[in-house]
Ligand binder design. Structure first.
Ligand code: SF4
Length: 368
């Protein structure tokens, strides 16, 4: 049963130096219309396959979905609702960048039954926004939050990036204080990573940029975790904290291994133990659909062992954890528990903050 639908909108105002998402700067408005039509075509091809849908969530991610006219998002939602079985309480999220939508646009989204937005704020300090290559001002985010709330959309996530070059823990604390005084329901906090094929990746490789070391990065993670837990937010996944009842249902679907379909350039899907991804090249994506072919460029089927391993990895990212009996070697659990990396409660294993910092090593240790 497919419960989640992800829609990738690849357009951005500028390319951030740390970003490894498929996105590009587009000046030509006519391309947007063409892209929306292509998304519908892609969906139609899936509908012909008579897949088993019962959508609980729709997620517009990017790129910057809020760069396109909200009417396009409304149009897509109507198209989906008219053609795909879905729950009446469906969660619909739109990612927004602070310098884009305001009240008028949010009102259109609200009419289209969008009930959640996720804002790419990253920091409230100009200095750190500059390092990250972000073009918005701290005030833009505040304006955006209050415009969304005024329009009736009050389930709001704010992204935070930490472990920024030269960032101090005092600066991070300043951000956390600011975040927790705003009317938001959710915070996604990501440690800055210098991915290959990004400007930051190249700079780090050439020793022209240094990221905070492991010790400082971990200290920042613990600070975030403690601060947010003391201020009404609960960590339910490695990078996600929410107020009670406001976990992101869409992302929970990924971590709970639910089936989802992704459409748009570079989007990923997971259906019937098969993971597949779309063309990353915009033109190839468009051309493939012009010929009525699904733009899939990669696919793999997970065997039982791979599926099990992935379940352990995804489960351990969450505070829910995994059933203890999935792990065959009791002595490994005892060792990790003794060293403060995991906790065992009601026959479930979950990672402590210390364990989350080395999740990859722990998963490897447990399944090898
Ligand atoms: S706005 Fe987001 S998607 Fe666009 S370049 Fe920056 S980080 Fe990447």
């Amino acid at each position: 049963m497919i419960e989640g639908l992800y829609i990738h909108i690849p357009f951005c105002n500028t390319k951030c130096p740390y970003c490894d998402f498929v996105s590009f700067v587009n000046e030509d408005k006519s391309i947007i219309k063409k892209y929306i039509d292509t998304l519908k075509k892609e969906l139609n091809l899936y509908l012909e396959k008579e897949l088993n849908f019962r959508l609980k969530t729709i997620y517009f991610g990017g790129g910057t979905p809020s760069l396109i006219e909200p009417e396009y998002i409304k149009d897509l939602i109507e198209f989906i609702k008219n053609n795909i079985k879905h729950e009446s309480s469906i969660e619909i999220t739109v990612e927004c960048n602070p310098e884009t939508y305001r009240y008028q646009q949010f009102k259109i989204l609200k009419d289209a039954k969008v009930n959640r937005i996720s804002i790419g704020n990253q920091s409230f300090l100009k200095k750190n926004l500059q390092v990250l290559g972000r073009k918005h001002k701290p005030e833009d985010t505040i304006e955006m939050i209050y415009s969304a709330v005024d329009s009736g959309i009050d389930n709001i996530n704010l992204d935070l990036i930490y472990a920024i070059p030269n960032q101090t823990t005092d600066e991070l604390e300043f951000d956390l204080k600011r975040y927790t005084t705003l009317p938001i329901t959710h915070i996604s906090a990501y440690m800055l990573t210098a991915y290959e094929n990004t400007v930051f990746g190249e700079l780090v490789q050439n020793n022209r940029l240094t990221l905070p070391d492991e010790e400082l990065s971990s200290k920042m993670f613990f600070l975030i975790d403690r601060f947010l837990e003391h201020n009404g937010f609960e960590r339910y996944e490695l990078s996600n904290w929410s107020k009670k009842g406001y976990q992101c249902k869409h992302n929970q679907g990924y971590w709970n291994h639910k089936e989802f379909l992704g459409i748009g350039v570079s989007a990923w899907s997971f259906i019937k133990n098969k993971r597949f991804g779309n063309e990353k090249n915009f033109q190839k994506y468009i051309d493939s659909l012009k010929e009525n072919k699904l733009p899939i460029s990669f696919e793999e089927t997970l065997n039982d062992t791979e599926f099990e391993k992935e379940k352990i990895f995804l489960g351990l990212r969450t505070s829910r954890g995994i059933p203890k009996n999935i792990i065959k070697h009791e002595e490994k659990i005892v060792e990790l528990q003794k060293n403060g990396y995991i906790k065992v409660l009601d026959d479930k294993i979950s990672l402590t903050p210390r364990g989350l910092m080395v999740i990859n090593q722990i998963v490897k240790f447990l399944i090898d």
